[in-house]
Design a protein around this ligand. Sequence first.
Ligand code: C5P
Length: 220
Amino acid sequence: CHIPVICIDGPTASGKGTVAAALAAKLGYHFLDSGAMYRITALAALRAGLSITAADEAAIATLAKTLPVRFDAGKVWLGDSDVSEAIRTEEAGMNASKVSALPSVRLALVDLQHSFQRLPGLVADGRDMGTVIFPDAPLKVYLTATAARRAERRYKQLISKGISTTLEDLRADLEARDARDSSRSTAPLKPAQDALLLDNSDMTIETSVDQVLGWWQSKQ
Ligand code: C5P
């Protein structure tokens, strides 16, 4: 049977997660936060005493295949441990980026990502949703914004959570993460050939969501 998928890919802090979640809520679709899977894998690897390097690639891939992960009412669980907060730090993002550059770890997470494609449909958020995981998706969006704007948004998010940081540090972090994500050999960050580009530097979340919804409706 045919289960529709909308892919939202793009660089760090481009608003993908917020736009994808809002879209899923409006359409009553499932939501896949694929970045969370890499964040959880990195955390699980570190908790298991592994290093996030090629030396431990096989062990991390084994761990990723049977990751006891649960997404439940906005919370993320790794076994019995609520990791919702722990996976959202900048450090966790950087570790996720390192773990996600290991090809066998990416491969190990494919089935888990595919399992989110359930009726009535799916909105999938990540870096390679449209290029690798759901290449036949009828709508692929590449959501981006300038580095300055993305750093600003991430800054506001962290400050509102009481996490102290500086705009300069954040911008350096996200540029380092994007550079690694774009230059890796397996599933690098790039727009799918048939992706529609949306630069939301000067848009509100609502406007971005409406734009994507409009594209989706025009395909029905
Ligand atoms: O989207 P988020 O910031 O949570 O992703 C964390 C990291 O996981 C990204 O920097 C990227 O390296 C990796 N990732 C990936 N492929 C995806 C989603 C995330 O490589 N589909």
